[in-house]
Design a protein around this ligand. Structure first.
Ligand SMILES: [Zn+2]
Length: 365
């Protein structure tokens, strides 16, 4: 095997406590003239104040829900077309950022959102500029070209260069009010991004470095931020770790654990982070090899078993679902089959066919 690799990172990143105050400067730097702002309902009041402060913001869509719907994308794209916007700003967790990304990609076209979503039309050649402001420490969506959008109960992950943000503004102070439960599940989602970026079949040396540092920081700080949301240093470390984790999987992509998260979210409505956490310690044991062992030691652990045990302890501490019995009625062969056919499963370093996945889920019964 050669030592060749490709690395690129096209997003301009602003990081630091209070850097959200500089959003106006970021818009100037990107030469944004008119932008639509996308956020959840909890941010609606602040969004209005921001619009009064920054004249470049021409419209607001503040009705993003968890598991964001295509209807929200369509409405945001309509607002962008109406005010001839050249940018879309997503402020929030993955839901707001993914809605902003998809809307920015389709707004330059003139067709309905459904036509792009179902593949009847390719995405327009050039997207509007995308600016992402994460308010949780987990998704890494601010530095990836992935957007996860649902249409009714169908949940679709699209990976496309048009979804790559132009800028990320990562202000840890925005995460201070995140609840303990969300802190835990987003922290474990970031842990899954880093570990999957590391054990992905497409991993490479630069992303390996980013992954190792992200895992170390999450192990050192997640407990503190979970217990004390106002712990600024721990919050900043987790925001930084989430950013590094996003960069670590942006090129290699995620693998088995994320592949399993989709059927778990679709059938039992687990939030994304909890769905990833559900199988994360199982995959640490399954994918354990020398590289993962090295990563664990760099993170201050004795090895892969200690990492799996720590992940399990995090889940128990926050009362997350850890067994199939916690989900309710589960048809193990059907679940294994749905996980096996997810495209990301191909990226797992250990081949996981239906039989192997059945065995993994039986151990979680
Ligand atoms: Zn994830």
């Amino acid at each position: 095997m050669g030592n060749d690799f490709f690395y690129a990172q096209p997003v301009k990143i602003w990081f630091g406590d209070g850097c959200f105050e500089r959003l106006g400067e970021v818009l100037d730097e990107l030469k944004v003239r008119r932008a639509v702002l996308v956020c959840g309902r909890h941010f609606a009041g602040e969004a209005q104040l921001l619009k009064e402060k920054l004249p470049a913001i021409c419209a607001i869509f503040s009705a993003v829900e968890p598991n964001p719907q295509l209807s929200g994308v369509a409405e945001t794209a309509r607002l962008a077309r109406d005010c001839q916007a050249d940018a879309v700003i997503g402020i929030g967790g993955g839901s707001a950022m993914d809605t902003a990304k998809y809307a920015a990609a389709i707004a330059p076209g003139d067709a309905e959102a459904e036509q792009y979503y179902h593949g009847a039309l390719p995405l327009p050649e050039k997207a509007l500029s995308i600016i992402c402001v994460p308010t949780t420490a987990g998704t890494g969506s601010e530095v990836t070209q992935v957007s996860v959008i649902s249409n009714g109960s169908e949940k679709r992950t699209t990976n496309h260069p048009s979804f790559m943000p132009k800028a990320a503004v990562v202000d840890p102070l925005l995460t201070l009010s995140v609840s303990p439960y969300t802190t835990m599940i987003t922290g474990l989602d970031a842990m899954a991004h880093a570990l999957e970026g590391c054990w992905s079949r497409n991993h490479q040396p630069i992303t390996d470095l980013l992954a190792a540092e992200a895992v170390r920081l999450i192990l050192e700080n997640l407990d503190t931020a979970y217990r004390d949301g106002a712990a600024k240093e721990a919050r900043a470390a987790l925001s930084y770790a989430s950013l590094l984790a996003g960069l670590s999987f942006a090129l290699p992509k995620t693998a088995g654990c994320h592949a399993c998260s989709y059927p778990l979210s679709e059938n039992w409505h687990l939030p994304h982070g909890e769905a990833c956490a559900f199988t994360l310690d199982s995959f640490v044991r399954i994918n354990a090899d020398d590289r993962l062992e090295t990563l664990c030691r760099k993170a201050g652990l004795s090895g892969t078993k200690a990492l799996a045990d720590r992940i399990r302890a995090f889940k128990q501490e926050a009362g997350l679902k850890t067994r199939l019995a916690d989900l309710g009625e589960v048809d193990i062969p059907a679940l294994a089959s749905a996980c096996a056919v997810h495209p990301l499963m191909q990226n797992n370093p250990v081949r996981m066919d239906e039989a192997a996945l059945e065995k993994m889920f039986e151990a979680l019964a």
